[in-house]
Design a protein around this ligand. Structure first.
Ligand code: HEC
Length: 229
């Protein structure tokens, strides 16, 4: 009996030593959720601007930032409800009041990579990578005010009045998008020119790309000679 007690005690001590050494080895690795997921070694915008960091370090930090699932200690969560108090926590409704997630709006990813992750669908499996596109399940419904997934209106239509948008490929997407915007603005100007000069051929030429010819006649646009650039 006594021996057994000692055994139990010894095992108990052995276990606590094990637990203690385990805890010590985890000291540097605080359990998930107890500390910011990004850790303390974050770089600052100043360090980038001042040229103190090699490009490779900046790229690696960018990849880490992109692929790290944020927790609340990293700043995960919705923005402030009161713009005059930017540090106050947001107060949007959450699923069953869980305080964090409201999946129906598609807002609840914890890292950039959860949405921008597919580089190619030509391979099996997909080729994944940072900065790719997202599948339809990662679409965002931006700025909805009406969410009717239960078809409360009874029209056979799940009414969402937000904009349903797919995460785009983000390698240089900003530059391409700006170019597209400038070309669209030019083409809109040419459309106005055509309207102001009925019966005149207006060549839709922007940034060296021709989209054919537009003409305004008898109160309507003739688009029969408009071409995809
Ligand atoms: C919940 C999914 C989701 C997550 C997470 C996400 N994005 Fe996006 N991202 C989108 C969608 C959807 C768009 C398209 C927005 C639009 O068209 O208005 C987008 C657009 C972009 C664009 C292009 C913007 C433009 O004007 O063309 C960039 C760059 C981008 N995201 C970077 C990021 C970065 C960096 C992160 C992480 C901090 C991130 N995204 C996280 C869904 C997501």
């Amino acid at each position: 009996m006594r021996t057994t007690m000692i055994r139990v005690l010894q095992v108990g001590m052995y276990m606590s030593v094990l637990i203690l050494s385990h805890a010590l080895s985890l000291w540097a690795q605080i359990p998930p959720g107890e500390a910011p997921a990004l850790g303390p070694n974050r770089i600052t915008q100043d360090a980038i601007v001042n040229g103190r960091l090699p490009l490779e370090d900046i790229q690696q930090q960018g990849r880490t930032l992109f692929a790290t699932p944020f927790n609340k200690l990293d700043g995960f969560g919705d923005g402030p409800m009161n713009p005059e108090d930017p540090l106050a926590a947001g107060g949007r409704p959450t699923l069953q009041g869980n305080g964090t997630f409201l999946r129906v709006n598609g807002l609840d990813a914890q890292s950039c990579a959860e949405c921008h992750a597919i580089v190619s669908t030509d391979t099996i499996p997909f080729t994944f990578g940072l900065g790719g596109v997202g599948g339809a399940n990662t679409n965002v419904i931006a700025r909805p005010t009406l969410i009717d997934s239960a078809d409360g209106l009874g029209f056979g239509t799940a009414t969402f009045d937000g904009r349903f948008i797919n995460p785009p490929f983000v390698f240089g997407a900003g530059g391409v998008e700006l170019l597209g915007k400038e070309m669209t603005a030019n083409l809109q100007q040419l459309k106005t020119v055509a309207k102001q000069n009925p019966g005149t051929d207006v060549e839709l030429l922007t940034k060296g790309v021709s989209f054919g010819v537009l003409r305004f006649e008898n109160g309507r646009f003739d688009t029969s000679r408009v071409e995809a650039g």
